[in-house]
Design a binder for this molecule. Structure first.
Ligand SMILES: Nc1ncnc2c1ncn2[C@@H]1O[C@H](COP(=O)(O)OP(=O)(O)O)[C@@H](O)[C@H]1O
Ligand SMILES: [Mg+2]
Length: 361
């Protein structure tokens, strides 16, 4: 082998090992804007992050912060009509932001799939459950009718549906809300995707069923070595169910850290406010929720400085005039965008002031 050949062979090996070892998903400076009568809605406005293979990421933020648009932009599930998109979505070693529809379809189901928020509108009401699950298997994996049915049964067992044989021949309306959501999970996992999106998968369910569904998603994720992006407005939901957490506000990522690091040392007053808005079990039942006062920003005309500043109890002049960039915290995987983070001298002084005022009242 000549030195050149050796070098190019080495490059090839390195390139292929990069593909295996590198992150599964790498999103860089992603913008998704919608043209509307009111102007350009900056639903996702410059988001960058990466996700390693087999890991799980929770995306949290109030309603309207851009979580759904971010996940759908990555999956390529947005209408083209009024959408402007830029940036990069690198998945499994290739750029997928502008894939033509035919190639996109090949990715859906087999490589990326999504559990939607509302199973009643996402399941086909006039197709039996077994056939719905089987269709993807036949289309993507080329299974025979019999194999697809047998695999559908297997999947229904995996998602712990009672009497799975009976469910194969039922319609969505014949199932309970919890069972429908389990069918959605079976559907999303049918073709063995590497990356699973779950967008508010449990919001419509009661608390006990919620916990069961989240545990189920996690067990399946580990067994199948899938990566997971779990989208929710509830910081409590992701706390116990994901390796990392990203907090979104007004179309931007404002904090991201491994879950344990975030809870031990959150930096954004917004993250802290989200945490305080979770009802605690020990609260008496008549306790009022600490909802964050004010409204989320207008995404057509977002505030000039920090987008949270108008609602932040700790904001100073600089927060109104100058947008904080993402900064790295003590932990190298912890980033946040705040001039006066939780625990800083300025934040501590203002906290003491607020506490004294509350005491005086
Ligand atoms: N097709 C669309 N056209 C115009 N605006 C949209 C469209 N889809 C979403 N939006 C706007 O984008 C913002 C972010 O929405 P979304 O991602 O659904 O928020 P979240 O999932 O965090 O609740 C919202 O202000 C929403 O109204
Ligand atoms: Mg949403």
């Amino acid at each position: 082998m000549s030195p050149q050949q050796a070098a190019s062979a080495r490059d090839l090996v390195q390139a292929s090992s990069r593909q295996i070892e590198g992150p599964l998903l790498e999103v860089t400076d992603l913008h998704t804007h919608f043209r509307t009568d009111r102007g350009l809605v900056r639903a996702v406005d410059g988001v960058s992050f990466s996700l390693q293979r087999g890991r799980s990421l929770g995306i949290v933020g109030e309603s309207g912060s851009g979580k759904t648009v971010l996940s759908r932009s990555i999956m390529g599930l947005l209408p083209k009509r009024n959408t402007e998109r830029s940036g990069s979505v690198y998945f499994e070693g290739r750029e997928i932001i502008d894939l033509p529809m035919a190639e996109r379809r090949r990715i859906w189901g087999r490589e990326m799939s999504m559990i939607f928020q509302d199973p009643m509108t996402s399941l086909n009401p006039v197709m039996r459950i077994g056939k719905q699950i089987g269709e993807g298997l036949r289309l993507h994996l080329g299974m025979s009718k019999e194999d697809a049915r047998a695999t559908a049964l297997h999947l229904l067992r995996d998602v712990r549906i009672p009497e799975p044989e009976k469910r194969l021949d039922q319609y969505a309306f014949e199932l309970s809300g919890g069972m429908r959501q389990r069918v959605m999970i079976a559907l999303a996992m049918a073709c063995g995707p590497t990356l699973l999106f779950a967008d508010e998968p449990t919001t419509a369910l009661d608390v006990t069923v919620q916990a069961q569904i989240l545990d189920l998603i996690n067990v399946q994720r580990r067994e199948r070595n899938m990566s997971l992006i779990l989208v929710t407005h509830d910081l409590g939901v992701v706390a116990g169910h994901t390796d990392e957490i990203m907090v979104m506000y007004g179309g931007r990522m404002v904090e991201k850290a491994p879950t344990r690091v975030l809870f031990a040392n959150m930096k954004m007053p917004y993250t802290e406010a989200l945490l305080n808005s979770i009802p605690k079990i020990e609260d008496p039942s008549h306790t009022r929720l600490n909802v964050i006062p004010g409204r989320p920003p207008d995404l057509v005309n977002p505030p000039k400085g920090c987008r949270f500043a108008p609602r932040c109890s700790f904001a100073q002049d600089r927060c109104i005039t100058e947008e904080p960039p993402l900064m790295t915290a003590e932990h190298p995987e912890h980033v946040y965008a705040c001039w006066y983070p939780v625990g800083s001298p300025s934040h501590r002084a203002r906290s003491a002031e607020l506490a004294a005022n509350a005491g005086a009242r």
